[in-house]
Design a binder for this molecule. Structure first.
Ligand code: AMP
Length: 583
């Protein structure tokens, strides 16, 4: 998809056109010195600048604050805009600018879908212990005071790139990401989810920044305000505009200037550098404790990507974490669009140190496209009925004879969705080493080999360990004893957990753009229990009826009920390794 990403500040509007298939930036531009209410004119100028691009299919807006309400990218409707508007007290400088750009873009591109991508959304996974300030609960609740965190798209993007570089699944990693730009924040990412971050209710907290103070004793601010007679705007100005590297160094907020002055012996600049680096290192240590260790530490942002000297200072004394900087690699590290990741740890470093060039616009475009693809899937009819298969058995002729008597014919009770299949009146007992499960259903007609399909919970109850398999693939699976009214059968193999799968016809497969044995993801929208199932195998046959089958554990995990539907993700990046063999 071709997405125009808009990033509106109070006096500037940045735009970039991103092709989400290739991740390439096709054009970018910036309009500065926008006066109050001038966002519409600024957008028109910007669009002129990006004119030769064309073919824009959607717009992704960077929205700085989503409060507790928005935990993912959200298509902009009148209701959503009103809800964002209501969050203005949380970000009184930024949100009005974001909203002005949104309104201007809706007017300028009335036909295009627009998506809000929130800076805070990635941190909606923070546990309460991390998001809660020790202020009076009533006061905090009344004013939405809690840690929200910012720079979400950057932390999410660099963590994913880092995992790709390491050849690991982000869901297996503990990563500390350090976004060190003019604004700066650290994030502890546990198995893909943000569990702690240094910016708080506002972007003032945490690391030392270009002009923001980061952590500072609240009592000190009260003392300064009292002594200098500062009002609230004065305080705001002090902590947001006059502090940080600029306040410390006295030569402005550009790290390059500060490094140059420090090299000449300027004491304030030297102190600024060491305060900055010390704060970063302190957060690395804290986040390593929060995560219980770290597999990777990622530097990004203008400073993190470019200042080898600052990375060197920040990465000192991290041996306790198993992190060892390779000084040469650090000095030589260069990251750019064509080569966005550089490794700067030594070969024996257990915790890997990486520099990753961030791409906030690309990530915003990606999040917007993914959200639209999910919404589009519904419209495009990629909706799949989902059914829960309770534990059941398929029986061979030989075993029906033993369990129910020679020549016994099973009695059909109810036809099932897949043509020819039926639930039987008869029931049997599963006898495991630990316990028995009674009244287990039988699905007819009889098969060439007996197969028992149970859930993981059933296995624990029975005291056996069955593999995840496709139906029919029972070689080397688990054994179990079956008891019927006339006798018992002890299976050496035949007990499996059914691999989740979708039955469909060749026509369905063509419509969904998938093939027999593809592995896909299916998203379940479920109040309070949304779930995306991966490792879903597509099974295509003329006689099949469209339906996804999961077992009772899986169904309960997503709180599925009768008539529930899932959405098969199409080619918009959600189909994972095609034709991967099931385990
Ligand atoms: P950002 O907000 O991510 O654009 O980062 C801006 C910060 O990165 C400023 O403090 C710059 O001084 C700093 N920066 C950019 N390039 C370099 C560099 N080559 N060496 C040191 N700092 C740099």
């Amino acid at each position: 998809m071709r997405i125009l990403v808009l990033n509106a500040g109070s006096s500037s509007l940045k735009g970039a056109v991103v092709d989400t298939e290739t991740g390439r930036r096709l054009a970018s531009g910036k309009v500065e010195r926008i006066a109050d209410g001038g966002h519409a004119a600024a957008l028109a100028t910007l669009v002129d600048e990006l004119d030769d691009v064309g073919g824009i299919e959607a717009i992704g807006h960077r929205v700085v604050h989503g409060g507790t309400q928005f935990s993912e990218a959200t298509p902009l409707t009148d209701d959503v805009i009103a809800a964002v508007d209501a969050l203005t007290p949380l970000a009184p400088l930024h949100l009005p600018a974001n909203l002005a750009a949104i309104r201007a873009a809706r007017e300028h591109f009335p036909g295009l879908p627009q998506v809000a991508v929130f800076d805070t959304a990635f941190h909606s996974s923070l546990p309460r212990r991390a998001s809660t300030y020790a202020l009076p609960t009533e006061v905090a609740n009344q004013h939405g005071v809690r840690r929200y965190g910012f720079h979400g798209p950057s932390h999410a993007y660099v963590a994913r790139r880092a995992a790709e570089h390491l050849g690991e699944d982000l869901r297996d990693l503990r990563v500390i990401t350090l976004h060190l730009g003019n604004g700066a924040s650290a994030c502890a990412i546990e198995f893909g989810r943000s569990i702690e971050t240094s910016m708080g209710m506002t972007p003032v907290e945490g690391l030392v920044m270009g002009t923001r103070a980061g952590d500072v004793d609240a009592g000190a601010l009260i003392a300064i305000a009292r002594a200098e007679g500062l009002d609230l705007d004065g305080l705001d100005n002090l902590v947001n505009k006059q502090s940080g590297l600029a306040g410390l160094s006295g030569v402005g907020n550009d790290l390059r200037d500060i490094e140059a002055r420090a090299a000449e012996g300027d004491d304030r600049c030297r102190l600024a550098l060491s305060v900055y680096a010390h704060r970063v290192r302190k957060y690395i240590g804290a986040y390593a404790a929060v995560l219980g260790g770290a597999d990777a530490i990622v530097f990004t942002g203008g400073i993190g990507e470019n200042s080898a000297a600052m990375r060197h200072r920040a990465a000192q004394h991290l041996q306790f974490l198993g992190a060892r900087l390779d000084e040469d690699a650090n000095r030589d590290a260069r990251v750019d669009v064509s080569s966005p990741v550089a490794e700067i740890s030594s070969a024996n470093s257990r915790c890997r140190l990486l520099v990753v060039k961030t791409d906030e616009e690309g990530e915003i475009a990606r999040a917007a496209a993914q959200r639209l693809a999910a919404a589009g899937a519904k419209e495009a009819g990629r909706v799949i009925p989902v059914a829960i298969s309770a534990r059941h058995v398929h029986l061979s002729r030989e075993h029906i004879d033993v369990l129910f008597g020679e020549g016994y014919a099973l009695t059909p009770k109810k036809e099932l969705t897949q043509p020819g299949q039926f639930a039987c009146v008869e029931r049997i007992t599963l006898v495991g080493p630990k316990s028995e499960l009674e009244r287990v259903g039988i699905i007819g007609p009889e098969r060439s080999q007996t197969q028992v399909e149970i859930s993981r919970t059933d296995e624990f109850a029975l005291g056996i360990d069955a593999p995840i398999r496709m139906s029919g693939d029972i070689a080397g699976s688990a054994g179990l004893t079956l008891r019927g009214p006339k006798g018992e059968v002890t299976l050496v193999e035949g007990v499996i957990q059914s691999q989740r799968h979708i039955h469909m016809t060749p026509d369905d497969a063509q419509r969904y753009g998938v093939q027999h044995k593809d592995i896909v993801e299916v998203a379940i929208d479920s109040a309070g229990r949304d779930l995306v199932f991966g490792d879903v195998v597509v099974r295509v046959k003329d006689s099949y009826k469209l339906e996804m089958h999961v077992d009772t554990d899986e169904g309960n995990a997503a709180d599925l009920c009768r008539g529930h539907e899932g959405v098969l993700y199409g080619t918009e990046g959600r189909v994972r390794s095609l034709r991967k063999q099931p385990r």
